[in-house]
Design a protein around this ligand. Structure first.
Ligand SMILES: C[S@@+](CC[C@H](N)C(=O)[O-])C[C@H]1O[C@@H](n2cnc3c(N)ncnc32)[C@H](O)[C@@H]1O
Length: 205
């Protein structure tokens, strides 16, 4: 990883995603049992888990982010055991059906070959387990979508692999998930290119 990816991008990302956190907190409060958070980043979500969670396992490929998450894990998670480990969501180091909940928060925009990560999330969930997600996606509006498509190559470079034009709703369906609830909206407090959001809960049948 470069100096930019390790030290410049993480605080920028923290600042840029501030507008999302209130809704993310409400969503993550619905996680329960053994939880896997993929792409846990600097651990920004660790404080949002409820006492219905037995253990939080977080995986994150960027060592500098992982270190930051580790430093605040115990104080942030109000007593819920946290295990943070280096890992790639496309090849999860866990057995089938290990988790009750998988949390994916602003991460399917960045994972290369995101279909593999969706299949892995499906695999490690117990039947009946829940995928809890909050993702920025391709715009439903033609003009914004065209701008997203045009700017995506540049955006990907500046934002460490993040893509602004993914159809993550379809990706989850193709992996076999069935939606319990999905809210599809334009976030009013963030730049237009990352404002189209999908959030909700899907089940591994
Ligand atoms: C926009 S950040 C979001 C971090 C965190 N989920 C949050 O809500 O603050 C995207 C995260 O996805 C991680 N990521 C990128 N590729 C990944 C992969 N293949 N597997 C798991 N995480 C990945 C990045 O390192 C980064 O931490």
């Amino acid at each position: 990883m470069s100096f930019y990816e390790d030290h410049i991008f993480p605080p920028v990302m923290e600042w840029a995603t501030k507008g999302f956190r209130r809704q993310i907190a409400a969503l993550i409060a619905q996680a329960q049992g053994r939880v896997l958070e993929i792409g846990a980043g600097i651990g920004a979500n660790l404080g949002y888990y409820s006492p219905a969670v037995e253990e939080i396992v977080g995986i994150e490929p960027v060592e500098a982010m992982l270190e930051k998450a580790r430093r605040m894990a115990d104080s942030a998670s109000h007593g819920i055991p946290v295990r943070l480990t280096a890992g790639d969501a496309r090849d999860l180091p866990f057995a089938d059906a290990e988790f009750d909940t998988v949390v994916a928060c602003l991460v399917f925009c960045t994972i290369p070959q995101p279909e593999k990560a969706a299949q892995e999330a499906f695999r490690v969930l117990k039947p009946g387990g829940k995928l809890v997600f909050f993702e920025h996606v391709a715009s439903p509006h033609r003009t914004t979508r065209a701008v997203q498509n045009r700017l995506n190559p540049l955006w990907r470079k500046v934002a460490c692999g993040c893509e602004i034009n993914r159809d993550t709703r379809r990706l989850f369906e193709q992996a076999g998930f069935v939606y319990d609830s999905i809210d599809d909206f334009i976030h009013p407090k963030v730049p237009a290119l990352v404002a189209p959001i999908i959030t909700g809960i899907a089940t591994r049948p």
